[in-house]
Ligand binder design. Sequence first.
Ligand code: BG6
Length: 506
Amino acid sequence: MKQFNNTTMSRPFIMVVFGGTGDLARNKLFPALFSLYKQKKLPEQFFIVGFARRDLNDEKFREVTQKALDRGSTPRGVEPLMRLFLEHVSYQQGFFDNRVAYEQLIERLNTFDKKLGACITRFFYLATPPDHYEVILDHLSQTKLSEGCGHPSTGTSAMSSVPNGSGQHKWTRLIIEKPFGKDLNTARMLDKKIAQIFEEKQIFRVDHYLGKETVQNILTFRFANGIFEPVWNKNYIDHVQITWAEKKGIEGRGAFFDGVGILRDVAQNHLMQLIASVAMEQPKSFSKEAVRDVRADAIRAIRCIDPEDVAKLVVRGQYNGYQAEKNVTKNSNTETFTAMKLFIDTPRFENVPFYVRAGKKMPKDEVLISIVFIQTCHILFKEYGCPEEGNVLTIRIQPDEGIGVRFIAKKPGAKLSLGTVDMKFSYQDEFDGKGADAYEKVLLDIFAGDQMLFNRSDELESSWEFITKILEGWKSQKLEVRSYEPGTWGPKDAEELIKKDGRKWL
Ligand code: BG6
């Protein structure tokens, strides 16, 4: 399985991080890059350039980056290593619409090439809010930065190239973060623009949930074990629940979040991928396209909700206090919580409801998939305490990564009495840890040119089709957000959504 084998980057590289001072760069990217560095998974020669608006120079940017790294769980004693890592980091100040800044960037990148005497592969990482993507892409194209240093391949060790159809080599890759667009239309336009500048092989559309060990393991769990596949269908499964909960609020990200909302920030991408991991068919092989094919098929099979049914099937909530957050507009109608009931139109999951919820300011941090099986507790046992639900298989994406099965057992004692018990597998206990961080995996796969765990246009298009119908429903039906208290599981309607089907959130 190729996807598990991208473990180091041996060739020199340049990574330009647009939005280098932003939340994503500070909290996820730089910590992941530094962690790879500490594990000796980066090459000897690499250059990371932060590109952002703030008026900083190389030294000041290194200080900012160091602070971000210090905030992580860096143990004492690695400071010299951090200093060495920071020597690979520099800064290009510039507004994203200022051509001069890009020209300065070109000069800087050329000095790296000169230093090594080769065309070094350039990764352009768009880690900015999505409003900036277009202007950055335009400048990458107009300045020909998108084409890299432009020399033909000489096969030196500094090079890692993507041959295109005409036998030329491409020296650049584009890495683009979610949300990819704001709705179906803008996603299509963005995709078209990118396709005019880069070839598909150069494009990495990131959804870091695909890089999580626990999400990757679902495929193994389902298809490498013979005992689950026979019951993984409508004949045995009553319903599926997916919970994505974060204790924190928007944490100063108002400028980004208020224009996006949880539906676009989390549901359109992370939730869709979790649904796909449960619903997909077995891939024909573990090749990049075979895995992406089954993922795309599963997302395409999610039945779109008619705008008129949105009020019935989708809950839209906002935590009290959200409107007082920094950079949030007054009377904002942006949702920080959503819950929905949906169906997958495949023979395997016909008429099996999926109840899905995602929210900020929830009672705890938890990402969880529960497969609830049909209750088949034999009639003979009814009077001895058959539980309401059937067996439950729980896949804990985070924290306490692992898998559990709830089943019925006889309680010890002379009298027959039943109770439910849990059988648990824990990554921490079994494997002494939970594996690579998702962003480390994302980066290693980008370095290796392995796109299996990155979104393909068609899966994004299908997920946007689904999400856009909900957005249209909220708009056309003039549905306002319902408020909820921080630390609760969203507005009451979320309970109602599942309760009216005679079920409850687990
Ligand atoms: C990001 C969202 O994609 O995922 C954030 O934009 C969210 O709102 C984050 O907090 C959660 O990621 P993780 O890996 O901590 O679950």
